[in-house]
Design a protein around this ligand. Structure first.
Ligand code: MN
Length: 295
């Protein structure tokens, strides 16, 4: 099932390029603040699934391009991300901090944005702001110290994720936590629709230029171990997001660009890049020159 959030917090099931409004059956109040309805929907999904499917069958189909798609889980308990998780990206970053020895970091939940929203570049001179092409794992149930061999029991679904990053040596959390720096979408594809999570191709374009492509078979820390490692430290809750880390090919984006991400079986979305009004601060006052390592 493909579960979208749209038009101000409504819940839809995506069928053949149309969206079916199932907000009432999903038990989600679109106007609720904080917007935690999607967390309950994910937690209760085993009992809701049949009702959602029935509701989707009778709901009026709305063409996808006529709705505003929003980030599917806007208020998770946490947004976990793995650093350097492909060897080729480690090379280009001249990094030795692989995910298997570094562990995860966190991004601000408020950096989440949706497929219909622009990436707003902060007003910072002398810095490159890069795209990172990643997959979002959406956790389906609570767990701690999850063994790798049981990790897929905890995966609710998948989505495309862009980990937008200011290059520099300051705290990674701040460099990656600006508003709109984590577009997720276009919807959640539930785990049953992904035949083999260890063999997923993904691609990223800036305008028409293919910048990144990779397959999950090349991950340094694979999906089961990402879940196992994260849950050794922190209890995972329904709706938690895990960003899987980027392959090689990261590069700068600028106002006017369009970033397109496509993940097989999971979805595709195109996000515009605009110049934002905010973001100036003393921390990033010094320019930083990003030097790419030998690929
Ligand atoms: Mn990343």
């Amino acid at each position: 099932m493909k579960i979208a959030r749209f038009n101000g917090g409504r819940i839809g099931v995506v069928v053949d390029g149309t969206i079916r409004d199932v907000t009432a059956v999903a038990g989600v109040d679109a106007a609720e603040w904080p917007p935690v309805g999607p967390l309950r929907l994910i937690a209760d999904f085993p009992t809701l699934r049949d009702k959602l499917e029935q509701a989707a069958k009778v709901a009026a189909p709305i063409p996808l391009d006529q709705v505003t798609l929003e980030t599917p889980v806007p208020w998770p308990n946490k947004l976990i991300a793995y650093p350097v998780n492909y060897r080729d990206h480690a090379t280009e970053m001249t990094s030795v901090g692989f995910a298997n020895v570094q562990g995860f970091f966190l991004k601000a939940n408020s950096s989440l944005s949706g497929p219909s929203e622009a990436i707003e570049l902060p007003n910072i001179a002398g810095r490159e702001i890069h795209h990172e092409c990643e997959i979002a794992l959406i956790i389906g149930k609570q767990g701690r110290q999850i063994p790798p061999e049981r990790a897929f029991d905890y995966v609710f679904g998948y989505a495309c994720l862009l980990d937008i990053t200011i290059r520099g040596k300051e705290e990674r959390v701040m460099r990656k936590s600006f508003d709109t720096f984590t577009p997720v979408g276009p919807y959640i594809t539930t785990a049953d629709e992904v035949p083999n999570p260890a063999d997923i191709n993904m691609r990223l374009w800036v305008n028409d230029e293919l910048r990144q492509q990779a397959n999950t078979r090349d991950l340094l820390v694979d999906i089961p171990h990402m879940i196992s490692i994260a849950s050794s430290a922190a209890t995972l809750y329904p709706g938690d997001l895990i960003a899987t880390g980027t392959p090689a090919g990261v590069g700068p984006i600028k106002a006017g660009d369009t970033v397109t991400i496509e993940v097989d079986h999971i979805g595709r979305m195109s996000v515009p890049v605009v110049a934002g009004r905010y973001g100036e601060n003393i921390v990033f006052a010094k320019p930083y020159e990003f030097k790419r390592g030998a690929a």
